[in-house]
Design a protein around this ligand. Structure first.
Ligand code: 1GP
Length: 242
């Protein structure tokens, strides 16, 4: 089954652990993976706004050595490419108006992605204001959609779908003070037919459940699990039981 088919199986909510390959040691990665297998994590996303080491390949290979959970690259820039991943979120930053993030970086990456034969997931990536400036907003030189402007989010997601993008990822940014509101998630979900990923600032199992119940098909948690892996099962159960 292709990674996209697994992502778009909406019969069950999906839980994603985001790993910034710069941060954990090899031992910590193995611990995260072993625990993730036990609690039924559906996917790993690997990437970061700014990587300062060449840890990406090693991180992906290590994950894949210890489990069958699909590993997708969630790239912070066009250097984050690997032949070892199972899928690649080719992000078009449709909430912004920086042409480089809409098509420019993709031109640079495309021949390498083709060479590596990665499964490409064309992704409409939308930054939503989460109460503080995030690394993604700064690094991409784009302004997020205001937290309460549900109509802008709906129309942006719809335009992304009409352009042929296969999945929408609404992100308040890593460590956001406020996750994306349930209202915005619900309205965007009703507007589009493609799967909806939601992440950013989901730092409790309750917030994960709220996002899933509001309509997110796939929930991403990074920061909270970097701080402590102890609540991994609670997060996974919160998503899967929603
Ligand atoms: C950020 O959506 C991800 O791009 C995850 O955010 O690190 O806040 O969980 P957190």
């Amino acid at each position: 089954m292709s990674v996209y088919n697994r992502l778009s199986d909406t019969s069950k909510k999906k839980f994603v652990v985001l790993i910034d390959p710069d941060k954990p040691t090899d031992e910590q990665i193995v611990e995260i993976v072993e625990k993730s297998v036990k609690v039924g994590v559906d996917f790993f996303f690997v990437g970061g706004s700014l990587l300062t080491t060449d840890s990406l390949d090693n991180c992906i290979k290590l994950i894949k050595k210890h489990c069958d959970i699909p590993v997708l690259i969630f790239p912070g820039n066009s250097l984050q490419i690997s032949k070892w991943c199972d899928g690649f979120l080719l992000l078009s930053l449709i909430s912004g108006r920086n042409a480089d993030m809409l098509i420019g970086r993709h031109v640079i990456s495309a021949p390498y992605l083709k060479l590596y034969g990665n499964e490409i997931i064309p992704t409409g990536y939308m930054l939503i204001d989460g109460g503080k400036q995030t690394s993604v907003s700064y690094m991409s030189n784009t302004t997020p959609i205001p937290h309460d402007k549900d109509d802008i989010a709906m129309c942006t997601a719809l335009a992304g779908e009409m352009l042929g993008l296969k999945i929408i990822y609404m992100d308040a940014g890593s460590g956001a003070l406020e996750p994306i509101s349930a209202d915005m998630i619900a309205k965007v979900k009703k507007t589009i037919e493609i799967p909806l990923i939601v992440g950013g600032g989901i730092n409790t199992p309750e917030k994960a459940a709220n996002a899933a119940k509001a309509g997110a098909d796939i929930i991403v948690v990074g920061n909270a699990l970097e701080k402590s892996i102890d609540k991994l099962k609670e997060f996974a159960d919160a998503v899967h039981n929603s």
